[in-house]
Ligand binder design. Structure first.
Ligand code: MN
Length: 517
């Protein structure tokens, strides 16, 4: 029989621990003494994640089967325990858990779950990460979460962002995008919302981004709403109030992939004991979340400093070629150069220049990476269509539809033939994701389109350089459920997805203009 209460000295601080034999997890007999002991042993790993981070205590004084309460205001505490002073926004003075005595002290309050703000007291207006909470609605399972999480990982990787998963301790998966750079909550929450909405748009049968409970049945709820100033989320390594003493445990993407392959998520479930064994072996695999500096604000195209060197085909971030070719007093095409929104759109413009062609443009690195495809895209994987790389276009070009005047570069009619979102799904030979920037450099891109007309996977492959200056690529449909979704004759779907106009409609207007002038 363990002692009911005892006084201990932890790092020079005297603490009286009470009700130690109280069972907090009735199904397993895990007591308050066990809870405190877990936190004592996990302390070297959890403390860095708690450092200067205001915490909400989720207290279960009578165990996980009995009523709990959230405590934001730090209860009556010893002098040495730090708190964050209330301000105009937060009326509460949260506990700050910066050392082992503080951790043991909050655990003596049966704070089974520790939830943290995304910011620290250093600057409470600056979230240090973006967090997504993937929550399966019955009968969807953790396995379904893993599948969605991997797609989201790839999508974020395509934006140059690394992310880190942890289990919720239950059926869900959390994943974090470390920032540790200057950003505010408006930016992080609109970014998270955009990602969730794009996921919902791409996978409407699997993903829901809205809170409403009845929408979630059999789907994964991608909860982006945690990214607000007042929200706290379950800290990594916290115990969860499940039937078993489960831990919200960081896992590697490799573990996620393996679990998905085996269709068994058992290996991702960590109880207190297993968690301690694991950290002893691998250390804190979540530490990058605290260190890695990443930005969700799109890179600005660098317009001045880079010298123009066409021989190297150095078109990255460069709108100089685009601008040299055009007289903006005469054409209505955009000059560009405004900071782009973080987004990943694609557009295909049908362009009746000297030769009719389709211009495919993918947003990347602040501009639209562009290819001219004489025959347009096919939905037949056996068709290999030529795509000639053209100069980067400004982001604003995605909205351009109209007539480029005679005598100007590319004179002729342009309609927005299709537009939508794309996800970079490029992998290297070892199956690792490749960023869009690297994929373009290496000459092998795989993307997943979600447009009105174009859907599913396509590969773009650069051919060996020939005699001419042009970069020739092939665009090939990947095998998926969208094979055969396009008519052989694209003229059958020749209208603008924005205005409904065809090239012929624009030509008529053009003629009228000419007669009038
Ligand atoms: Mn063109």
């Amino acid at each position: 029989m363990p002692q009911e209460s005892k006084t201990v000295t932890v790092e020079g601080k005297k603490l009286t621990l009470t009700n130690l034999s109280k069972v907090l997890y009735p199904q397993t007999g895990f007591t308050k003494a066990n809870v405190i002991d877990y936190y004592r042993r996990i302390a070297p790993y959890i403390l860095p994640h708690l450092h200067n981070r205001p915490v909400t205590l989720k207290r279960y004084p009578h165990g996980v089967d009995s009523p709990f309460f959230y405590q934001k205001n730090c209860p009556l505490h010893p002098d040495w325990l730090e708190t964050s002073p209330p301000d105009d926004y937060f009326k509460e003075n949260f506990c700050i858990v910066n050392d082992l005595p503080s951790l043991i002290w909050i655990e003596n309050l049966a704070s089974i779950e520790i939830h943290t703000l995304l910011a620290t007291t250093k600057n409470l207006l600056q979230p240090e990460m973006v967090v997504f909470d993937l929550d399966p609605g019955e009968p969807a399972s953790l396995i379904d979460c893993l599948r969605i999480a991997l797609v989201m990982r790839d999508m974020l990787e395509g934006l140059g962002l690394k992310s880190f998963p942890k289990t919720s301790g239950g059926k869900g998966l959390h994943f974090y995008v470390p920032l540790n750079t200057v950003v505010n909550y408006d930016q992080t929450s609109s970014f998270a919302k955009m990602v969730a909405q794009v996921m919902e748009k791409h996978f409407p049968e699997l993903v829901v981004s809205k809170m409403k409970k009845d929408l979630r049945k059999g789907k994964i709820f991608v909860d982006w709403s945690q990214n607000s100033r007042h929200k706290t989320t379950a800290c990594v390594y916290t115990l969860r109030a499940r039937p078993e003493p489960a831990v919200s445990m960081p896992v590697t993407w490799k573990q996620v992939e393996t679990a998905l392959k085996k269709n068994n998520s058992e290996s991702l479930i960590y109880t207190a004991e297993k968690a301690i064994e694991r950290v002893a072996k691998v250390g804190d695999i979540f530490k990058d979340v605290l260190m890695l500096r990443q930005s969700i604000t799109a890179p600005k195209p660098n317009l001045q400093s880079k010298p123009l060197d066409v021989s190297e085909k150095d078109q990255e971030y460069n709108l100089k070629i685009y601008r040299q070719k055009r007289n903006f007093k005469k054409t209505a095409e955009p000059v560009g150069g405004k900071e782009t929104k973080l987004d990943y759109i694609f557009v295909i413009q049908k362009h009746a220049a000297t030769r009719l062609h389709y211009d495919l443009r993918l947003q990347s690195q602040g501009v639209l990476k562009s290819w001219a495809i004489p025959k347009g895209l096919s939905s037949d994987p056996k068709e290999r269509r030529l795509a000639v790389r053209t100069e980067d276009h400004p982001f604003d070009y995605k909205d351009f539809e109209g007539i480029i005047p005679e005598g100007q570069y590319g004179a002729g009619e342009v309609i927005i033939w299709d537009k939508g979102y794309y996800i970079n799904i490029t992998r290297d030979s070892r199956g690792r994701t490749v960023s869009m920037e690297d994929a373009i450099k290496k000459g092998k891109i795989e993307v997943y389109f979600e447009g009105t007309k174009i859907k599913g996977g396509y590969a773009l492959i650069r051919l060996k350089p020939g005699k001419d200056e042009k970069e020739n690529w092939l665009v090939i449909k990947l095998k998926d459920q969208f094979v055969g979704s396009l008519p052989d004759d694209l003229q059958q779907i020749g209208q603008s997805v924005v205005t409904g106009k065809s090239i012929e409609d624009l030509k008529k207007t053009n003629k009228k203009k000419k007669i009038l002038s």
